[in-house]
Design a protein around this ligand. Sequence first.
Ligand SMILES: O=C(CO)[C@H](O)[C@H](O)COP(=O)(O)O
Length: 217
Amino acid sequence: MKKVIVAPSVLSLDYAKVETQLAQVVKANTPWLHFDVMDGHFVDAITFGPNVLKGFKKATNLFMDVHIMVDQPVKVAKQMIDAGADMITFHVESLDSENEIHQLIASIKRQGCKAGITARPGTQIANILPYLASVDLVLVMSVEPGKGGQSFMPEALDKIAYFDTYRKEHNLNYVIEVDGGINKDTGELCKKAGVDVLVAGSYVFEGDIEERIQSLV
Ligand SMILES: O=C(CO)[C@H](O)[C@H](O)COP(=O)(O)O
């Protein structure tokens, strides 16, 4: 079976044990860490902002994979890049026009960061296609964005397979990431469908962190 990158989502980390839990993530040798930035508008929940990312950046040299679920992606992307983000993934629904989306992708890259695009599960794939030639990553949401611990939506598998076929047919090299309800079983299904990066929150942090990460690779 194909090897994938596991990006543990710090949304599910126990902040009373942040040092020990982060040490276990590092020990598992996973190269990425995933941040879900929620603003209380685009989604109901409010999570964290640049200062928290800065703290993690000081503590580890993992690749900081930042998914922004916010109404003001241009402003927040800059704040998170200044704080050390290596990848910013934003929602097609968070801007009004194709032109604005293209501009934000270009601006993220100009700031020395990689750019990813995503959409809510109910948004048509057609709305993402115009950006696939410009982005470094496409994120398939396998739950409704906004909180951890939800069940995997199986329709995400067809989307992963679609983006995998599309990149081969168009000679593109974006990475395919999936986020939401990932555990050993759903992770295997996503690998078979062609995914490259598995984001996992509750599965990783509600067990033996090192073992759980290893079980997904
Ligand atoms: O983006 C998210 C929610 O918007 C989370 O990263 C995602 O849900 C991961 O959590 P879990 O693995 O517990 O489903």
